[in-house]
Design a protein. Structure first.
Length: 512
């Protein structure tokens, strides 16, 4: 199968039905399919062949699904990237993926074009106003069949061991996970799905865009999440299904005028990306009358691995049970299974959703996957009814406003500053974002650098959601006997120096 077959089939069944909506702009399925085919034709003119990788970096605008499905239509492999990346981040991914072309939003043109030039990828600027006209100058391309185990998407993720890694997800991985997602929320063509999750991320991509396309539902987009605008869209478009991260639900629940909006059409919500506080779940359901299903997954698992189910008991605070066709087990550091109920171990996952491997990185693949089991890096316990509860992350990953921030990546940037001797990036609690990125830094003998200078240095080199808003210079960092920094023993100042924009009003960063 080709994942884009879902679009082609839905377009043939009901071409006039709305696929994508962005305020007054409505894209029917027939138009979406035609536009995707022209992207495929465009790629053919550029010399992109089946199996080639193509980068795409756009906010939630109609051009994103058009280009996404166009790449697949041509038999290519989609490499989605966050529009907030800086040039060096774009360049790394494009170079590592050996991308032949790169579609990027003109709102980040300077950084994107710089990254494309450094990586040697064909750069295509995507304008919100001129793209359609440009697209119509290209003839439709042929639909290319792909095998189930051919790679469809490469999602870049990172970790504590260094550079980002590209998780290769097959057409089968993504297609089956979209099918599972349709069943989880009983999605149909009559539904209106709130498109607030970034479509370059696995959650919004699979559970939102791909599932909606498979079911023939309508997705109403918001380029960046802002609570008032979100409430307006939920009411205006009579949204029936909302997908979100905990910070979105917190922001809506805390909105002072939430009672002025009619959200009676909303029937079910799905939450992932981080643990949803039980009091938020209960408060949201009471305020808006729609129940929330919590789930769990990773980029490497397409992403859905477990979920609470509407037709079974929900356990607040739990990530639910493994979805159909997926198995969980808890393991220790040496892959030994932990079977005792209530005992804590690392989640290992096996099933149709597990990635093919990390692109061009067999060592990382061999470490992460053994006999078909993928080790997640997340620690959990299991109860008698096979419900799982996350208790900690084995990795140091920080989840800021639903976005994953990997400390090692930010630390590497700080170490590039000539005055920095050592750096440790940690997450600290934040009432709205869940966690904020913080950094403790020591300076080289005789060197000087202010917190503001270090913050600005990092801000120029990593995406806006990654740089440490909270930063402080200290005399020393706690070290273990081998010289490893002991992050758990770092003392957070009572009032660390913070940037003025530490606590933005929007839950997700403004893509501009």
């Amino acid at each position: 199968m080709n994942l884009a077959e879902n679009l082609r089939r839905t377009a043939q069944t009901d071409p006039a039905h709305a696929a994508i909506k962005l305020d007054d702009t409505v894209v029917p399925y027939g138009v979406l399919a035609n536009a995707a085919s022209r992207v495929a034709g465009w790629l053919g003119e550029l010399g992109v062949e089946p199996g080639d990788r193509v980068g795409v970096s756009l906010p939630n605008i109609p051009q994103m699904p058009i280009i996404y499905y166009g790449i697949l239509w041509a038999g290519g492999i989609v490499v989605p990237m966050n529009p907030l990346y800086k040039g060096r981040e774009f360049a790394f991914v494009l170079r590592d993926a050996d991308a032949k072309a790169f579609f990027a939003w003109d709102g980040v043109g300077e950084e994107a074009s710089k990254g494309a030039a450094d990586a040697g990828a064909e750069y295509i600027s995507v304008s919100a106003t001129e793209f359609v006209g440009e697209l119509m100058t290209h003839e439709p391309g042929s639909f290319v069949e792909r095998a189930d185990d051919d790679t469809a998407v490469v999602l870049y993720t990172s970790g504590t061991t260094g550079s980002p890694k590209g998780a290769e997800l097959t057409h089968s991985n993504m297609g089956r996970n979209a099918q599972i997602s349709v069943g989880l929320v009983d999605l149909s063509a009559d539904d209106i799905v709130f498109g607030g999750l970034p479509l370059f991320h696995s959650f919004g991509q699979t559970v939102g865009m791909n599932a909606a396309t498979l079911a023939g539902a309508t997705m109403t987009l918001i380029p960046r999440f802002e609570p008032t605008k979100a409430l307006e869209i939920l009411q205006r478009d009579k949204v029936t299904i909302m997908l979100g991260v905990p910070t979105m639900y917190v922001a809506l629940l805390q909105h002072p005028d939430k009672g002025d909006y009619d959200l009676s059409s909303l029937r079910v919500c799905a939450s992932g990306g981080a643990s949803l506080p039980v009091e938020v779940l209960k408060g949201f359901e009471q305020a808006f009358g729609a129940f929330i299903l919590e789930g769990y997954g990773l980029s490497e698992t397409s992403p859905v691995a477990s979920f609470n189910h509407a037709d079974r008991e929900r356990k607040p605070g739990s990530i639910g049970q493994p979805v159909e066709g997926v198995e969980f087990k808890l393991i220790d550091d040496d892959w030994n299974e932990i079977t005792e109920v209530g005992a804590i171990g690392e989640i290992a996952i096996k099933g149709h959703n597990v990635m093919k491997g990390y692109l061009g990185n067999p060592e990382a693949t061999d470490w992460a996957i053994k006999d078909g089991w993928f080790r997640s890096g997340d620690l959990a316990r299991r109860d008698e009814e096979n419900y799982y509860f996350i208790v900690d992350r084995a990795k140091d990953m920080i989840i800021r406003g639903g976005y994953n921030v990997y400390p090692r990546e930010v630390e590497e940037v700080l170490y590039e500053h000539p005055a920095v001797a050592t750096a440790a990036v940690v997450g600290i609690p934040h009432p709205e974002l869940g966690e904020e990125v913080a950094a403790a830094v020591t300076l080289k003998p005789g060197a000087e650098a202010s917190e503001d200078e270090l913050r600005a240095f990092a801000k120029e080199r990593v995406a806006a959601y990654k740089y440490p808003r909270v930063i402080w210079v200290t005399g020393e960092l706690p070290m273990g006997p081998t010289g490893k920094i002991l992050k758990r023993e770092i003392q957070i100042p009572a009032a660390p120096t913070a940037a003025g924009d530490t606590f933005p009003t929007q839950t997700l960063p403004d893509p501009s």
